[in-house]
Design a protein around this ligand. Structure first.
Ligand code: GL4
Length: 841
C-alpha cells in the first residue's frame, strides 16, 4: 500500500519539519518535556534514573530523525547496501556513545548540570545492552560504529533477546548466574509493530509440475511464528549518517491467545502457544567458542535469518530491478556460521517463490554472501543433525542436499582420481547420526571467506579448510585483521588520554583516521607530555582501585604494577596458567627473607570474565582464582607485594573502566588457538603493555609497535602439533616450578585440593592439550622481565607512548574499509549538506 503523502499536502509537512535540539537550552527543553510527558513525572519526582531516561529519549529523538534522513538518502541514491548478520551485538551503553558521536556531550553536561545532575552519574544509570558473549559480539558492535562513521549504507540484523548474557555473581568463590532482564525500560529501541514477518517451521514439502514440465516445491503446513522488528539507531561519529540495527522479536503468529480454550476454562494452555513462540527470542546462548546443537538454537537461527532476508528482498523488490542485479544492490556478511541458513533461504526464495532456475539463483546467492570464520577450535564448528534439520526445515534440507550434490559433482570432475576428497568436503558428514557441516555450506555458498588475523587466516587455509583452497583456488580465501573503534575504546573510555593526544596532534582527527596517532611519537621527549601521560594512567588506576575496594573490600596500592586478564574464561585462553604463575610468585615471595621481599616489585593481579554455565573446568578456574585471592590478600608476610582480585560480572562498561587502568595485560592463549583477540588492541591503545604468545593479532601488533614494546613468550603455533603428539606418545614431565605449584594446591594451601584436581590432572595426566607446562618456564621468566622493565619508569613510559603512536592500523575503520573494498564492493554515501559540500567525509 502506497503510504506517502500526496504532493499538494507536502508543504504542510515541510513547514513542521522536526529538527531535534542543537544547544543547551533546547536540550533542557527536551529533557523537561520528556520528564513531564513521556515519563509522567515532575521536578518533584525526578531521580537519576528518570533523568537518564529523559536524556536518552532526547538523544534518541535526534538519532531517529537523522536515521530517517539517512534512510531516505540511501533509498534515493539507490546504491548498494551491506547487511551484517550477527547473532550477537555486544553494544554496551548507548548514551555516552550517542553524546560523543553526535558531538553534544558538552551541551548535555551543561544542561544536566542546570537541571541538577552530573553527566557521569546519569551515564552510569544505563544498563549494558549485552546481547553477546565476548569478542565476536563486540566486534559486530565496533563494526556498526565504523560503518556509520564512514557513511556506508549498512544495516545490522540480529535477535532482540529478552535476556542477554547472564549477570555473574561470585558467591563463596563460585560463579553464580543471574538472569539479565534488560528490557524493562530501553529507550534506545524503536518498536516497529507494523514491520512483521511470518516465519514457518516444520510441515512438509509437496512438488508440483507445470505444463512445461518444470517442478516447483511447496513448503506447506507446520507452524507460524511472527517476527516483529525493533530498530536501534546507530550514530556515526562526526557525521549525520545514522544506520540501523534491526533486531527481531518473536511473537505468536495470531498475536493472541487461544480464545476457545480460554472460554472453555483451559486458562494455562490457552497461553501456551503464545509463550512457546516468545521463547524463540527469549535468551542468548551463553557459549563462546562452543556449539551445543540444541533445537531452540537452530530455531533462533532460522527465525532471524528468514525475517532478515524477507526484509532485504522486500527492499530490493521496491527498486523494480531484475534479479540479476541483486548482488549489485545487496552484500550480506555472515558473522561466523550462525546465519549460514541465509544461503539456503535465499536459494529457496529465488527458486521456489520467484521461479528462477537453479543455476541462475545459485549464481546470485554466491555473489551475495561473504563468510567470516572466527575460530579454528573444533568444538566451536557448527554441525546440525540431518534429522533435526529435516524435521524443522524440510525444504531447506532438500536444498542443502542439492547444493551438496552439484558441489560434489564439480569436485569429482576436478579431482577424478581422489575418492577420499568427496568424503572430506561433503556438506553432509556421513557420521552416525549424519550431520550438516555449516562451515562447508558457508564456504560453498559465498564468494569470499575471511579469517580475522593473519595467522588465523593462514591456519584456516592450511588446516580446517585446506581442501576447499584446492577446490576453489586461493583467491576465495582472504584475511581481514580485526579492529576496534577508537571512539569507544579511546575517546569514551579514556577521555583524558584522548584530550592529551588531541592537544599534541592539533585536533581530534585521529578519531577518524587513527594513523594520525603517529604524530605523538614526535613528542616522545616532551617532559610535560610524558608527565601528563603517566598521571593519566595513575588516575585511571586510582579509579579502578576505588572500584576494587568498593566491590571486593580489598585495598590495592595504585602504585603497584597492575596486571590484568579480562576475557571469557576458557582453557585455551589459559587463565589457569596465569593463576599458577601467581601461585608461583606467592611461593617465591614467601621463601624470601623480609629484607629480600622489600626489593620485589608490588603487583596486583586482576582477573575478570564469565564462564559458560556448563563449562565445569572454567568454573574451577574461577574458584581457584578466588581461593588464591582469599589466602594471598590476607597474608601479612605479603602485604602490598601481591594482591589477587577477581572482578565480578565483566562486561563492556566495566571494560571501559578496567582497560585504561592496566599496566600489563595478558593475552596468553596457546599459539594457534585465539583467532585474533581484540582486547589486546584496546589495552595497547590505552597505553598498557602486553605479555602474550605469538598468537592471533598479537603477531601483527608486535610488527606494528616493535618487538621491544611487547613481552612475547612461549611455543609457536607451528610447534604445537608435535608437542601434543609428544605429550601423548613421548616422555613428558611437568615443568619443575609448575610441579611445586601443584604441590602447594594439593597440600590444601588454597582450600580443598579435591576442588582443583581436574585442573591439575588436565596438565599432568591428560596430555596437557593447551601446553601449560611447556610454556610455563618461559612465562615466568618473561614476567621477571616485566618487573624489571617496570622499575625503569622512564623506559616504560617510552614504550607506552611509542606503542600507542603505532596502533593506527587496528582501527575498525581500516578493517571495514578492507571489507568494503575486497568483499562487499560498496562505496560510502557521504552526506551532502545544503551548500553542496560533502559532510562527514
Ligand atoms: C572469536 C575469537 O575467539 C576471537 O579471537 C576473535 O577476536 C573474535 C572476533 O573475531 O572471535 N571467535 C569466537 S567463536 N568468539 C570470539 O570471540
Amino acid at each position: 500500500v502506497e503510504a506517502s503523502i500526496p504532493e499538494p499536502q507536502r508543504d504542510a509537512w515541510t513547514k513542521h519539519q522536526v529538527n531535534g535540539f542543537k544547544n543547551k537550552d533546547e536540550f533542557e527543553n527536551e529533557m523537561v518535556r520528556h520528564v513531564e510527558t513521556t515519563l509522567a513525572r515532575s521536578m518533584f519526582n525526578c531521580d537519576e534514573s528518570a533523568a537518564y531516561s529523559a536524556a536518552s529519549l532526547a538523544f534518541r529523538d535526534r538519532l531517529i530523525l537523522e536515521w530517517n534522513r539517512t534512510q531516505q538518502r540511501q533509498t534515493f541514491a539507490d546504491s548498494k547496501r551491506v547487511y551484517y548478520l550477527s547473532l550477537e551485538f555486544l553494544m554496551g551503553r548507548a548514551l555516552d556513545n550517542a553524546m560523543l558521536n553526535i558531538g553534544l556531550k558538552d551541551v548535555a553536561k551543561a544542561g544536566l548540570s542546570d537541571l541538577g545532575f552530573r553527566v557521569e552519574d546519569i551515564i552510569e544509570q544505563e544498563h549494558d545492552a549485552a546481547l553477546g558473549n565476548g569478542g565476536l559480539g563486540r566486534l559486530a558492535a565496533c563494526f556498526l560504529d565504523s560503518l556509520a562513521s564512514l557513511n556506508y549504507p549498512a544495516w545490522g540484523y540480529g535477535l532482540r533477546y529478552r535476556y542477554g548474557i547472564f549477570k555473574q555473581e561470585i558467591i563463596d568463590g563460585y560463579q553464580v548466574e543471574v538472569p539479565d532482564y534488560w528490557l524493562d525500560f530501553n529507550p534506545w529501541e524503536f518498536p516497529r509493530h507494523d514491520v512483521t514477518v511470518d516465519i514457518q517451521f516444520y510441515g512438509n514439502v509437496r512438488k508440483s509440475q507445470d505444463d512445461n514440465g518444470r517442478t516447483t516445491a511447496h513448503w506447506e503446513g507446520g507452524e507460524m511464528v511472527k517476527a516483529v522488528a525493533y530498530d536501534v539507531p546507530i550514530p556515526g561519529y562526526a557525521t549525520p549518517s545514522t544506520n540501523n540495527l534491526r533486531l527481531w522479536s518473536s511473537k505468536a503468529a495470531s498475536g493472541e491467545f487461544d480464545f476457545q480454550k480460554f472460554n472453555s476454562g483451559e486458562y494455562e494452555s490457552s497461553v501456551a502457544d503464545q509463550q512457546r513462540a516468545e521463547t524463540i527470542s527469549a535468551v542468548l546462548y551463553p557459549n563462546d567458542n562452543l556449539e551445543r546443537g540444541k533445537e531452540l538454537r537452530l530455531k533462533q537461527q532460522y527465525f532471524w535469518v528468514a525475517a532478515s532476508l524477507y526484509d532485504i528482498v522486500r527492499r530490493f523488490k521496491k527498486t523494480k530491478r531484475s534479479w540479476r542485479e541483486f548482488p549489485d544492490q545487496v552484500a550480506i556478511q555472515l558473522n561466523d556460521t550462525h546465519p549460514t541458513l541465509a544461503i539456503v533461504e535465499l536459494q529457496r526464495i529465488l527458486c521456489d517463490l520467484e521461479g528462477l532456475d537453479w543455476d541462475e539463483a545459485w549464481n546470485i546467492v554466491q555473489q551475495t554472501f561473504g563468510y567470516t570464520n572466527h575460530t579454528v577450535l573444533p568444538e566451536a564448528l557448527e554441525k546440525w543433525p540431518v534429522g533435526l534439520m529435516q524435521h524443522l526445515l524440510p525444504r531447506h534440507l532438500q536444498i542443502i542436499y542439492d547444493i551438496n550434490l552439484y558441489f560434489l559433482q564439480k569436485v569429482e570432475r576436478a579431482f577424478p582420481n581422489d575418492r577420499d576428497i568427496l568424503r572430506r568436503v561433503s556438506i553432509i558428514e556421513e557420521s552416525q547420526p549424519k550431520m550438516v557441516r555449516m562451515a562447508y555450506l558457508a564456504i560453498v555458498g559465498s564468494h569470499k571467506v575471511n579469517g580475522v588475523a593473519e595467522l588465523h587466516s593462514d591456519l584456516i587455509k592450511t588446516t580446517i579448510f585446506k581442501d576447499f583452497v584446492e577446490i576453489f583456488g586461493p583467491d576465495k580465501f582472504t584475511n581481514v585483521t580485526n579492529g576496534i573503534t577508537p571512539r569507544r575504546w579511546l575517546h569514551q573510555a579514556n577521555p583524558r588520554l584522548s584530550e592529551l593526544i588531541s592537544s599534541k596532534t592539533g585536533s581530534f582527527d585521529f578519531l577518524k583516521d587513527l594513523t594520525l596517532l603517529n604524530k605523538i611519537e614526535l613528542c616522545i621527549n616532551d617532559k610535560a607530555f610524558r608527565k601528563e601521560w603517566a598521571e593519566i594512567k595513575y588516575a585511571n588506576k586510582v579509579r579502578l582501585a576505588k572500584y576494587i575496594k568498593s566491590t571486593t573490600g580489598v585495598v590495592v596500592n595504585p602504585s603497584s604494577l597492575f596486571d590484568v586478564q579480562v576475557k571469557r574464561i576458557h582453557e585455551y585462553k589459559r587463565q589457569q596458567m596465569n593463576i599458577f604463575g601467581v601461585i608461583h610468585r606467592y611461593l617465591t615471595l614467601k621463601a624470601l627473607s623480609p629484607a629480600e621481599r622489600k626489593k620485589q616489585m608490588p603487583r596486583v593481579s586482576i582477573f575478570g570474565g564469565k564462564a559458560a554455565p556448563g563449562y565445569w573446568m572454567a568454573k574451577q578456574i574461577i574458584h581457584l582464582i578466588n581461593n588464591v585471592g582469599a589466602v594471598v590478600n590476607n597474608d601479612p608476610d605479603i602485604g602490598d607485594l601481591l594482591k589477587v582480585i577477581f572482578l565480578e560480572d565483566y562486561n563492556v562498561s566495566k571494560a571501559e573502566m578496567i582497560i585504561p587502568a592496566s599496566d600489563i595485560s595478558e593475552h596468553i592463549s596457546t599459539a594457534g588457538t585465539e583467532a585474533s583477540g581484540t582486547s589486546n588492541m584496546k589495552f595497547v591503545l590505552n597505553g598498557g603493555l602486553i605479555i602474550g604468545t605469538c598468537d592471533g593479532a598479537n603477531i601483527e601488533i608486535t610488527r606494528e609497535i616493535g618487538e621491544n614494546n611487547i613481552f612475547l613468550f612461549g611455543n609457536l603455533a607451528e610447534d604445537v602439533e608435535d608437542l601434543r603428539h609428544n605429550h601423548t606418545y613421548g616422555s613428558h614431565s611437568v615443568d619443575s616450578d609448575l610441579a611445586k605449584v601443584f604441590e602447594a594446591i594439593e597440600k590444601g594451601t588454597f582450600g580443598e585440593p579435591h576442588d582443583f584436581a581436574g585442573m591439575i590432572s588436565a596438565v599432568r595426566d591428560h596430555g596437557d592439550y593447551y601446553l601449560v607446562s611447556d610454556d610455563f618456564h618461559s612465562y615466568i621468566e618473561t614476567h621477571h622481565l616485566v618487573d624489571e622493565s617496570y622499575r625503569n619508569q622512564d623506559e616504560w613510559i617510552t614504550k607506552s607512548i611509542t606503542s600507542v603512536a603505532r596502533m593506527g592500523f587496528f582501527s575498525s575503520d581500516r578493517c571495514i574499509n578492507e571489507y568494503a573494498e575486497g568483499i562487499w564492493n560498496i562505496e560510502p554515501l557521504p552526506v551532502e549538506s545544503k551548500d553542496g559540500v560533502a559532510k562527514g567525509e
